[in-house]
Design a protein around this ligand. Structure first.
Ligand code: SF4
Length: 344
């Protein structure tokens, strides 16, 4: 049965007034069933019920962090499981969504990478995370105004589904998010960065998880052959900026004794010269079985100071949800058979 959420809002099955009513039930009210859509004729509801699946998830559990972040664990229709993270701030509500079950990028510091790759999520399974989390938090889906594609998976390796999901998120008849509040993160797929630059009507923000300024260290951190060299990534990043004029965020997970040497800060500053960027230094978030540990506070400060002295726009990002296993690099399923069909 087709998942209704996989459809672009312009392709919804009803027309005119009824189409808008249906979209409002789905995205405005977060209706969990067709039956709840009381202003649609009963026959229409029945037809929808027989043709479309409305909810692609079953909620397995939520894990609440002391800082208010909540990790949501879902089972999909095929029995596989994935996670999303809700992060309420005083002035905004943010969600971090997954684009895959597992991840083929296998970043060495990341619990998701250690799971291996399961499968790509469909557009509706990506967008549906917003609806499911809003339902779990008892808020309207449109109250969630900020979204990052930084959960499980490498979004650029599920490019088409992620782009359709982004278009649904931004569509005024669906979730109506602002493009300035949606960020796509990639570990360095140059082709994807160039394709994103060409989607000029979309206008979402780009973050690149660089993690190292030298090839040897980067290969140690991200051993997969699917990502490009630093030179290719930087070339694509410059092209992206030439075309879009948008600032790029560079994510840099601080790994003790691996990528936190001051010569690497020098090299990073050199690499970023001429690019309008902001560097996020992220202390590594621990998870059981990881071979890495976070840089010390002193080393992070020294790295930060050197970048700042070289004129780099930099900040240290403290991840939320660490105690709930919901922070960057910690998303992995802790239940037996969680990754039922995956490659690893
Ligand atoms: S950090 Fe992101 S890209 Fe790397 S393995 Fe984890 S989920 Fe995949």
């Amino acid at each position: 049965m087709e998942l209704l959420l996989d459809l672009h809002p312009d392709a919804y099955p009803l027309e005119g007034f009824r189409r808008r009513q249906l979209l409002d039930w789905v995205y405005g009210q977060g209706a969990g069933t067709f039956d709840a859509m009381t202003n649609l004729p009963a026959a229409t509801r029945q037809e929808l019920e027989h043709t479309y699946l409305l909810n692609p998830f079953r909620l397995i559990e939520t894990v609440r962090s002391a800082d208010g972040s909540v990790k949501y664990l879902f089972t999909l229709q095929d029995g596989r499981q994935m996670e999303a993270v809700y992060m309420p701030y005083l002035d905004r509500k943010t969600i971090c969504v997954s684009t895959m079950v597992g991840c083929p990028a296998r970043c060495a510091f990341c619990a998701t990478g250690a799971m291996g790759f399961g499968r790509n999520l469909t557009p509706g399974e990506i967008v549906g995370q917003v609806l499911a989390v809003a339902g779990g938090e008892d808020i309207a889906p449109r109250e969630i105004r900020n979204l990052v594609f930084m959960g499980m998976g490498e979004a650029m390796l599920n490019y088409d589904n992620t782009m359709l999901a982004a278009r649904i998120l931004l569509h005024p008849d669906a979730l109506g998010m602002s493009k300035r509040r949606v960020t796509l993160s990639t570990v360095g797929i140059a082709k994807g960065i160039r394709r994103l630059a060409a989607e000029d009507d979309l206008g979402i923000k780009l973050a690149i998880s660089l993690h190292a300024p030298d090839e040897e260290t980067r290969k140690r951190i991200i051993p997969t052959g699917q990502v490009n060299s630093i030179e290719e990534i930087m070339s694509a990043a410059r092209e992206y900026q030439d075309v879009t004029g948008r600032r790029i965020t560079m994510e840099y997970t601080m790994l003790r004794g691996i990528n936190d040497h001051l010569w690497q800060a020098e090299l990073l500053a050199e690499l970023l010269r001429g690019l309008v960027s902001h560097v996020n230094l992220i202390p590594m978030n621990p998870w059981p079985g990881s071979d890495f540990e976070s840089s010390t506070e002193e080393q992070i400060q020294a790295f930060y100071d050197l970048l700042e002295a070289r004129g780099v726009d930099v900040s240290v990002r403290r991840s939320r949800g660490r105690d709930a296993g919901a922070a960057c690099g910690q998303l992995a399923l802790k239940r037996p058979n969680a990754h039922s069909g995956g490659a690893a």
